[in-house]
Design a protein around this ligand. Structure first.
Ligand SMILES: Cc1cc2nc3c(=O)[nH]c(=O)nc-3n(C[C@H](O)[C@H](O)[C@H](O)COP(=O)(O)OP(=O)(O)OC[C@H]3O[C@@H](n4cnc5c(N)ncnc54)[C@H](O)[C@@H]3O)c2cc1C
Length: 391
């Protein structure tokens, strides 16, 4: 019997478990996660904005995996590749014959002073819940003092997380205005970033920006933030200051810090994997999801970190693991994106969808409906039928 260890119950780890549970090989599979629940990370911005409760995107891990798989709740500290063991906070060292590492992403601060301490992060249930509480506290402080500074929010970054968060905040403002006694225009959201929605073409990015500007959002683009403090941010070459009660640090992600702690050859905690998702240095290790780096064959650039690709990588890794045990050739990594949807609040979005080899651009309410269908489908699959992430 081969001992297989899966680290992380995110999209990649759970998909790997699903596939491993169906394996005809004689396997003893153990899944490790620091929390007892899986969370839909693509919806964390809604928890951070306070528009949905965290419980709506949390799913108990034992309910999602086959009874054949053992679940251990613990913090992974380091992977000891030479010894084929993993060191965990509570359980000490656990051995494996094969490892599937899906430890996922963490916020990337680019060593910006104050980003980790004074910036609000959106990377898990705990910090997203804290963000919503911090926003509530600022609103309550405004209600008590009428000081407008408590109604100022800055988001750092022009990517998915920042823009989806802004869309959600904009949606919440009318409700907060009524509840806490201010005019809608009094709530000021400023987005500071070097660029804006780079994954969409210019037309769609402009659509998104104009829509949010009409809702009163201010964009300061083409600059980077130099420092985050407890009452604002310094940005740009001339180090200008903008006051804010809350600063969301949504400027990018890196892989899990366990990667750096384990001594892999990495870039921003992501490790370049072979075509079969294994590592050259440790062929019995498969890296899947945001900790892995796979190059696009045409451009040579590393694929972005997405839930979609994480799921695909996990399926590919398990298929190749089984082929390896069966002495069959590898299944090369051949990924085709289904498209991208960026929410601008519950009723608006931009979508670039792959349909029959064509890239179809959809803006507005239909794109928001599409985003909602994707969310509802994944929630239903997770909670309803234990059909977890089936292809
Ligand atoms: C706000 C937001 C919106 C997004 N929107 C989209 C989208 O629309 N479409 C899309 O495709 N992608 C989207 N993404 C990206 C997507 O969420 C990630 O690419 C995806 O979550 C990566 O999946 P993963 O399985 O690699 O890791 P994760 O989802 O990060 O899961 C990692 C798991 O490992 C566990 N873990 C981490 N460290 C440890 C440790 N040391 N010990 C034990 N357990 C640990 C965590 O608890 C977690 O369960 C979005 C991300 C964010 C933040």
């Amino acid at each position: 019997m081969k001992k297989v260890l899966v680290l992380g119950a995110g999209y990649a780890g759970l998909r790997a478990c699903k596939r491993l549970a169906k394996s005809k090989q004689d396997l003893e599979v153990t899944l490790v996660d620091r929390t007892p629940y899986h969370y839909d990370a693509t919806q964390l911005y809604r928890v951070a904005a306070g528009s949905i409760p965290a419980a709506k995107i949390m799913f108990r891990i034992p309910d999602l995996i086959s009874p054949k798989i053992k679940f251990i709740q613990d913090e992974v500290q380091v992977i000891n590749g030479e010894q084929n063991t993993v060191t965990m906070a509570e359980h000490g060292e656990i051995g494996y014959d094969y490892l599937f590492n899906g430890l996922g992403f963490e916020p990337e601060t680019f060593n910006t002073p104050g980003a980790a301490t004074d910036g609000l992060q959106i990377s898990n249930i705990e910090n997203s819940t804290r963000d919503a509480e911090a926003l509530q506290t600022a609103l309550e402080q405004y209600a008590q003092t009428k000081d407008p500074k408590f109604l100022r929010v800055v988001t750092v970054g022009g990517g998915f997380t920042s823009i989806e968060l802004i869309g959600e905040l904009v949606h919440m403002v009318p409700k907060w205005a009524k509840q806490y006694g201010f005019k809608r225009d009094d709530f000021q959201i400023t987005c500071i970033a070097p660029n804006f929605l780079g994954m969409f073409n210019e037309k769609q990015a402009t659509y998104a920006k104009r829509y949010l500007e009409k809702k009163g959002v201010q964009f300061i683009l083409g600059v980077t933030v130099n420092e985050v403090t407890d009452d604002g941010v310094f940005y740009g070459d001339d180090n200008q200051f903008i006051e804010a009660a809350r600063v969301f640090w949504t400027a990018g992600v890196k892989g899990s810090d366990v990667i750096a702690a384990s001594g892999y050859e990495e870039h921003r905690n992501r490790v370049l994997v072979n075509d079969d998702m294994s590592l050259t240095a440790y062929p019995n290790q498969y890296l899947i999801g945001d900790v892995s780096a796979v190059k696009e064959p045409q451009s040579g650039r590393v694929y972005p970190t997405t839930a979609q690709i994480s799921i695909y990588e996990a399926s590919n890794a398990v298929a190749n693991f089984e082929n390896k045990l069966a002495g069959k050739p590898i299944v090369p990594f051949n990924y085709h994106s289904l498209g991208t949807v960026c929410s601008l609040g519950p009723y608006n979005a931009v979508a670039d969808v792959a349909l029959g080899g064509l890239s179809v651009k959809i803006n507005g309410f239909p794109a928001a409906v599409l985003k909602n269908i994707i969310f509802k489908r994944s929630s239903y699959e997770l909670s309803g039928l234990k059909m977890m992430l089936q292809s």
